[in-house]
Design a binder for this molecule. Sequence first.
Ligand SMILES: [Zn+2]
Length: 419
Amino acid sequence: MIISNQPLSTSRGKLYDQVHRIVQSTPALDMHTHLYDPAFGDLLLSGIDEQLVYHYLVAETFRSSTMGYEDFWKLPRAQQADHVWSTLFQERSPISEACRGVLTSLHLLGLETGPKSLPSIRQWFKEQDRESFVSRCLEIANLRGVCMTNSPFDPEEKAVWDQSPSRDSRFQTGLRLDPLLLDWPVAGKTLADWGYEVSEDMGGTSVVSVTRFLEDWRDRIHPLYLMVSLPPDFTYPADDHTTRMLQQVILPFCRASGLPLALMIGVRRSVNPFLQLAGDGVGRADLSALQCLCAENQDVKFLSTLLSRENQHELCVLGRKFRNLHIFGCWWFTNVPSMIQEMTRMRLELLGTSFTAQHSDARVLDQVLYKWDHSRRVIADVLTDKYFDMQQTGWPLSEEIIRADVTHLLGAGFEGFCS
Ligand SMILES: [Zn+2]
């Protein structure tokens, strides 16, 4: 046996090019978005005005604009977009991640941008055929599928489901259950209106009826998973409705159906109500709730992403302890390059490749372009470092191995976990 501790003369530049090329060319499954199948009509948002009034940009606009909140919300959408453009793109450099995102999306669509380009960009979007625009965006972002966020409690969305829309197979479903867990007075009343026998105190036939409601929606939309977005002070177990709904209905349903439950924890709703949808904030969560759920229900699969940077290390450690927990994505305020870099590095170091590196959370179709472009670059940077370190020990690396790892990180690992 030849003993050598000499590092291999691997070219870092060559590895960098190879890893970036593979990460860019590997199709991803975007496992959490707020996009809709084109069959849902106007619920699928796209175009420059929708990009500009995205809540990330609205929040940033109010940092620099003196316009009254009410005055802004009273404006028609196009004028709101004008105001965002003049405030963030004309009066100063569009340097924030959300602003850069608009520029990247336009650039990837082949449009020229500058402070005076809004009218011509609008005109270009008007001329696009919707069906082909959907395909073009998914192709440029290199997405093989997109998972929607589907809420039976959204009247507009439910109205479309009620008409049995003819579906686009690229758009998959996720069943969102927030009202069931967090706003039972409203959810219970809605279920009663739909003919499910439920009572305010969840007594009588309520458990059976809510379970039947879940079964009905499972059979109707075939979700990949169930999901709920929870505040940072989410506690489990607790003497409250959320714990009872989890223990009596949701967890038994997940156990029986094999569907994972996604817990997205850390949103502090409406910290500034004047900002409307842009007014949500972040709080550090107590992860003993998630730990307890995973420990007590080892035969239930949990997906989780957390909003607070301060929770990320603890989440990785939980991931190491529970194989029924799959960690995914860099969510919302953590979906910026500095956080993606830090979180992806930490996850690779603590979990290997057993997590899903990113989801877009896109609300506007065009956003998948920038969200995936920016993320793929950072993921490839981090992977290059990790592969370089590995190669220095003499461990062999090939195109096939890198591609298999990247495929796993960009959706196949999630699919394996769900199946
Ligand atoms: Zn989301």
